[in-house]
Design a protein around this ligand. Structure first.
Ligand code: FMN
Length: 310
């Protein structure tokens, strides 16, 4: 069994990934949050700290790309290879955010199977790199994704990550496993499953239903419970509270150095939408925590929650 850290734009940046991998075991591979492809003349990858090799030394990392122009993919992959040595790239055709979808990017490209195929065909013909997709079931209907999968059987993709929701669902409702059954039976490619693995029971149920899948991606489940990857692999988690506090404090220090007090406070507030589960905060307690406006007060109050209930 292999475990992948999901790309979570705005959350799983290199600082988050490195702190997580230093303090918790179990994650084997990482896909970065998406980066925009561009034509060569417009690319400035020197600024893309998230893919600097020195920021990605702890696990194998695959840069994720977003776009819809075949030539831009070729240019961006070549530049990332020449500058940083990357040889494997992932294409995001699953992002459901409306500004992205309107520009026929992310999940917005899924109704246009011809364009998807054109990008994949061009990349496979014009670059020597490994290429993979991360997709949803479709934007409006699972037929869109099935149609893409059928065509992809003709290309040497590395793997396909599938999140079994439609774009219009965003992250609401539950993954549609009935539809995913068809995807599972349609593709020749290695599938990485992504979606709503929050507990060992979730994982076991999926694993029994999809015995051919060996690669599982953890996103919000790992945010809610950073011990999840260790648990799924049957590792001993030890003194969870002590380990979590050390991890939390280290991450805050790294963020404070890189982003300052307010940037850190902003990111912490985002994370506490997930850590609330670890610390069993009800809605009122979460609201009170999120109302705090200084980093110092937020830290002492959040540590109190961790110590009380973590
Ligand atoms: C805040 C947030 C940001 C995300 N950013 C990305 C992204 O940059 N690229 C991507 O392919 N998927 C992105 N996703 C989707 C996740 O990678 C994952 O497929 C999805 O959350 C389902 O898995 P989970 O239930 O384990 O979180 C994002 C999801 C969330 C909630």
């Amino acid at each position: 069994m292999k475990l992948w850290l999901a790309p979570l734009h705005g959350i799983t940046n290199y600082m988050f990934r490195n702190t997580l991998c230093r303090y918790f075991a179990g994650i084997d591979f990482i896909i970065t949050p998406f980066l925009p492809v561009q034509e060569k003349a417009k690319l400035n990858v020197k600024n893309w700290k998230d893919v600097w090799p020195k920021n990605n030394a702890l696990r194998p990392v695959i840069p994720q790309l977003m776009g819809n122009q075949p030539a831009h993919f070729v240019d961006t992959m070549n530049v990332l290879h020449d500058t940083y040595g990357y040889e494997s790239f992932n294409w995001n055709i699953g992002c459901p955010v409306s500004q992205v979808v309107h520009r026929k990017r992310g999940c917005g490209i899924m109704p246009f199977a011809d364009r998807v195929e054109e990008v994949v065909k061009t990349v496979c013909a014009q670059t020597p790199f490994r290429f993979s997709l991360k997709m949803r079931l479709g934007l409006h209907h699972p037929d869109e994704g099935l149609h893409i999968l059928e065509r992809m059987n003709n290309y040497p993709l590395d793997f396909i990550v599938i999140h079994p929701r439609l774009g219009k669902q965003m992250y609401e409702g539950t993954p549609d496993l009935k539809a995913f059954d068809h995807f599972y039976n349609t593709t020749n490619h290695k599938i990485i499953y992504s979606g709503d693995i929050f507990t060992m029971e979730d994982y076991r149920r999926l694993q029994q239903h999809y015995p051919k899948i060996e690669d599982w991606m953890l996103g919000r489940g790992l945010l809610r419970d950073p011990f999840l990857a260790e648990e799924l692999k049957g590792m001993e988690t030890g003194d969870r509270q002590r380990r979590f506090i050390r991890y939390y404090q280290l991450w805050v220090e790294e963020m404070r150095t890189a982003r300052g007090e307010m940037g850190t406070l902003h990111s912490l507030k985002e994370l506490w939408h997930y850590y609330r589960y670890l610390c069993h905060l009800d809605d009122t307690e979460l609201r009170q925590l999120l109302r705090i406006n200084t980093l110092e007060e937020f830290l002492s109050e959040s540590l109190r929650h961790i110590e009380n209930q973590g």
